[in-house]
Design a binder for this molecule. Structure first.
Ligand SMILES: Nc1ncnc2c1ncn2[C@@H]1O[C@H](COP(=O)(O)OP(=O)(O)OP(=O)(O)O)[C@@H](O)[C@H]1O
Ligand SMILES: [Mg+2]
Length: 256
């Protein structure tokens, strides 16, 4: 997947809003990339463009060399900050919903194994209001993976969860990722989460979002929560935090 000169200007009532500016990144197949940046820097704007949910003002997104023109749910699965489960449908009916829309036979075997893997087996007939936030988000992951898309686009999916549940979900995501080999683009403003998950962290500047810097994360896998307490990990948090604050500009050579 290739992001080339991605630029987006929204036409708001109050005038044009420059949300993204000339961002170029290549995402390798099977890679887990986190896009990190402060609130309002254009992360969701970028993810929507990746998923073909809106058009760029300039630049393009290529998937397997083909320009993205609109949504392709069979190739790209979306997971949002809210699980977006339909309250009047039980867990299984929610997971089967995309199959119904596409008029495709339900992949019961795949769903079964995903439910087991995510600890949701036995909750198939429960309604969303009966499930915890973490369980709802796991259900939305199962719903996306049941479609077997090549790419998963995730927009701060664990942002509303408590720290313990977030750790659990991150470990689960890494397990699912290593088993399925999906390409994952994961948006977050949590530095530690980004490092913990990523092969590479793409750091964006404040609005309009430009590329500040790309960090290769060469921590060994499988990763454990204990790693997040190690000095190397904490040093990396500080370095990335500085990059976010300075927008990737070298401050050490500035003259006052
Ligand atoms: N439809 C729209 N019309 C006008 N401006 C918009 C629209 N959508 C987003 N924006 C503006 O574009 C900028 C980038 O928004 P975006 O939602 O992509 O940021 P973000 O990095 O995802 O932020 P957050 O971390 O808070 O989710 C913001 O200033 C936002 O107000
Ligand atoms: Mg956002």
């Amino acid at each position: 997947m290739s992001i080339r000169d991605a630029t987006k200007v929204y036409a708001a009532k109050t005038g044009p809003v420059r949300a993204l500016e000339g961002l170029s990144v290549d995402v390798r197949e099977g890679e887990l990339v986190c896009v990190l940046g402060p609130s309002g820097c254009g992360k969701t704007t970028l993810l929507w463009a990746l998923g073909g949910l809106h058009e760029l003002t300039r630049g393009q997104i290529l998937v397997d060399g083909v320009a993205v023109k609109g949504p392709r749910p069979e190739v790209m699965g979306f997971i949002f900050q809210d699980a977006n489960l339909l309250p009047w449908r039980n867990l299984r009916q929610n997971i089967e919903f995309p199959f119904e829309i596409k008029r495709r036979p339900v992949d019961a075997v795949r769903i079964e194994s995903l439910l087991a893997e995510t600890g949701l087996a036995g909750f198939e007939t429960a309604y969303p209001r009966e499930l915890s936030g973490g369980m709802q988000q796991r259900a939305s992951i199962v719903r996306a993976l049941a479609q077997d898309p090549a790419v998963l686009l995730m927009d701060e999916p664990f942002g509303q969860l408590d720290a313990f549940t977030r750790d659990e979900m991150n470990l689960l995501l890494l397990r699912l990722w290593s088993e399925t080999g999906k390409t994952i683009v994961f948006v977050t403003h949590n530095i530690s989460e980004a490092i913990f998950l990523s092969d590479r962290v793409v750091v964006m500047t404040p609005r309009p979002g430009r590329l500040a810097r790309i960090f290769e994360i060469d921590l060994p896998r499988p990763r454990t929560i204990e790693m997040t307490f190690e000095p190397g990990f904490i040093a990396l948090i500080q370095e990335i935090k500085r990059t976010v604050e300075t927008g990737g500009r070298r401050t050490d050579v500035e003259v006052s």
